[in-house]
Design a protein around this ligand. Structure first.
Ligand code: SF4
Ligand code: SF4
Length: 123
Protein backbone atom coordinates (compact mmCIF):
# COMPACT_ATOMS: atom_id res chain seq x y z
CA UNK A 1 0.00 0.00 0.00
CA UNK A 2 2.75 2.45 0.98
CA UNK A 3 4.59 1.61 -2.22
CA UNK A 4 1.59 2.80 -4.21
CA UNK A 5 1.05 6.06 -2.32
CA UNK A 6 3.29 8.22 -4.57
CA UNK A 7 1.48 6.88 -7.64
CA UNK A 8 -1.94 7.53 -6.14
CA UNK A 9 -1.00 11.08 -5.17
CA UNK A 10 0.48 11.75 -8.61
CA UNK A 11 -2.69 10.53 -10.31
CA UNK A 12 -4.79 12.88 -8.20
CA UNK A 13 -2.96 15.95 -9.47
CA UNK A 14 -1.79 14.77 -12.89
CA UNK A 15 -3.67 15.50 -16.13
CA UNK A 16 -5.70 12.52 -17.36
CA UNK A 17 -3.87 10.25 -19.83
CA UNK A 18 -7.05 9.55 -21.81
CA UNK A 19 -9.47 11.80 -23.67
CA UNK A 20 -13.21 12.19 -23.23
CA UNK A 21 -13.89 10.97 -26.76
CA UNK A 22 -15.89 12.03 -28.76
CA UNK A 23 -16.10 15.35 -26.86
CA UNK A 24 -12.32 15.68 -27.00
CA UNK A 25 -10.68 14.43 -30.18
CA UNK A 26 -7.07 13.97 -31.12
CA UNK A 27 -5.71 16.24 -33.85
CA UNK A 28 -5.09 14.24 -37.02
CA UNK A 29 -1.51 13.65 -38.14
CA UNK A 30 -0.38 15.62 -41.18
CA UNK A 31 -0.64 12.68 -43.56
CA UNK A 32 -3.78 11.10 -42.05
CA UNK A 33 -6.04 9.51 -44.66
CA UNK A 34 -9.68 10.23 -43.92
CA UNK A 35 -13.03 10.03 -45.63
CA UNK A 36 -13.20 10.28 -49.41
CA UNK A 37 -14.69 13.20 -51.28
CA UNK A 38 -15.14 13.54 -54.98
CA UNK A 39 -15.10 16.81 -56.92
CA UNK A 40 -18.06 15.50 -58.84
CA UNK A 41 -17.97 18.23 -61.54
CA UNK A 42 -14.59 16.92 -62.69
CA UNK A 43 -15.44 13.19 -62.44
CA UNK A 44 -15.87 11.42 -65.78
CA UNK A 45 -17.44 8.27 -64.22
CA UNK A 46 -14.77 6.05 -65.76
CA UNK A 47 -15.05 3.47 -62.92
CA UNK A 48 -11.25 3.25 -62.45
CA UNK A 49 -11.63 3.93 -58.71
CA UNK A 50 -14.26 1.19 -58.38
CA UNK A 51 -12.13 -1.33 -60.30
CA UNK A 52 -8.96 -0.62 -58.29
CA UNK A 53 -10.60 -0.53 -54.84
CA UNK A 54 -9.46 -3.62 -52.88
CA UNK A 55 -12.56 -3.59 -50.67
CA UNK A 56 -15.03 -2.94 -53.50
CA UNK A 57 -16.80 -0.17 -51.66
CA UNK A 58 -17.13 2.24 -54.61
CA UNK A 59 -20.02 2.01 -57.07
CA UNK A 60 -20.07 4.14 -60.20
CA UNK A 61 -22.98 4.36 -62.61
CA UNK A 62 -21.71 5.89 -65.83
CA UNK A 63 -25.15 6.25 -67.42
CA UNK A 64 -26.74 7.90 -64.39
CA UNK A 65 -23.58 9.87 -63.53
CA UNK A 66 -23.57 8.74 -59.92
CA UNK A 67 -20.67 7.93 -57.63
CA UNK A 68 -21.05 6.33 -54.23
CA UNK A 69 -18.83 4.91 -51.53
CA UNK A 70 -19.57 2.91 -48.40
CA UNK A 71 -17.30 4.47 -45.73
CA UNK A 72 -17.94 1.50 -43.42
CA UNK A 73 -16.30 -0.88 -45.87
CA UNK A 74 -13.49 1.46 -47.02
CA UNK A 75 -10.08 0.69 -45.52
CA UNK A 76 -8.71 4.18 -46.32
CA UNK A 77 -5.80 2.83 -48.35
CA UNK A 78 -5.85 5.65 -50.94
CA UNK A 79 -5.53 3.38 -54.00
CA UNK A 80 -8.58 4.96 -55.66
CA UNK A 81 -7.16 8.47 -55.14
CA UNK A 82 -3.79 7.49 -56.65
CA UNK A 83 -5.43 5.96 -59.72
CA UNK A 84 -8.10 8.54 -60.53
CA UNK A 85 -7.20 9.91 -64.00
CA UNK A 86 -8.94 13.25 -63.34
CA UNK A 87 -7.42 13.73 -59.86
CA UNK A 88 -10.88 14.63 -58.61
CA UNK A 89 -10.87 12.10 -55.77
CA UNK A 90 -9.38 13.18 -52.43
CA UNK A 91 -9.19 12.06 -48.83
CA UNK A 92 -9.97 14.47 -46.01
CA UNK A 93 -7.05 15.06 -43.66
CA UNK A 94 -9.16 14.22 -40.61
CA UNK A 95 -10.54 11.18 -38.81
CA UNK A 96 -14.17 10.27 -39.38
CA UNK A 97 -16.60 11.46 -36.73
CA UNK A 98 -18.60 8.84 -34.84
CA UNK A 99 -22.10 8.35 -36.28
CA UNK A 100 -25.27 6.62 -35.20
CA UNK A 101 -26.62 5.87 -38.69
CA UNK A 102 -24.95 3.99 -41.50
CA UNK A 103 -24.81 6.51 -44.32
CA UNK A 104 -23.39 5.93 -47.77
CA UNK A 105 -21.56 8.79 -49.51
CA UNK A 106 -23.64 9.45 -52.60
CA UNK A 107 -22.90 12.04 -55.29
CA UNK A 108 -24.67 12.83 -58.53
CA UNK A 109 -22.98 14.64 -61.37
CA UNK A 110 -23.83 15.71 -64.89
CA UNK A 111 -24.11 13.05 -67.56
CA UNK A 112 -21.22 13.67 -69.95
CA UNK A 113 -22.51 14.25 -73.46
CA UNK A 114 -20.74 12.15 -76.09
CA UNK A 115 -19.23 14.11 -78.96
CA UNK A 116 -20.74 13.17 -82.32
CA UNK A 117 -19.67 14.03 -85.82
CA UNK A 118 -21.36 17.21 -86.93
CA UNK A 119 -21.50 18.68 -83.40
CA UNK A 120 -20.56 22.34 -83.40
CA UNK A 121 -16.92 22.86 -82.32
CA UNK A 122 -16.28 24.44 -78.94
CA UNK A 123 -14.63 27.83 -79.12
S1 SF4 B 1 -11.53 7.27 -61.11
FE1 SF4 B 1 -11.91 9.44 -60.76
S2 SF4 B 1 -12.87 10.14 -62.66
FE2 SF4 B 1 -13.01 7.91 -62.66
S3 SF4 B 1 -15.02 7.47 -61.72
FE3 SF4 B 1 -13.52 7.42 -60.07
S4 SF4 B 1 -13.55 9.51 -59.23
FE4 SF4 B 1 -14.51 9.61 -61.24
S1 SF4 C 1 -9.47 4.34 -49.95
FE1 SF4 C 1 -9.03 2.21 -50.56
S2 SF4 C 1 -10.70 1.02 -49.68
FE2 SF4 C 1 -11.36 3.15 -49.62
S3 SF4 C 1 -12.52 3.45 -51.48
FE3 SF4 C 1 -10.40 4.03 -51.96
S4 SF4 C 1 -9.44 2.17 -52.76
FE4 SF4 C 1 -11.34 1.56 -51.73
Amino acid sequence: MFDMTPNILRNFFHKSSTRLYPKETRQAFGNARGELYNEIEACIFCRTCARKCPSQCITVDTKEATWQCDPFVCVYCGVCVENCPKKCLHQKNDYRKPVTDKEIIFMKGETKKKKCEGDPQET
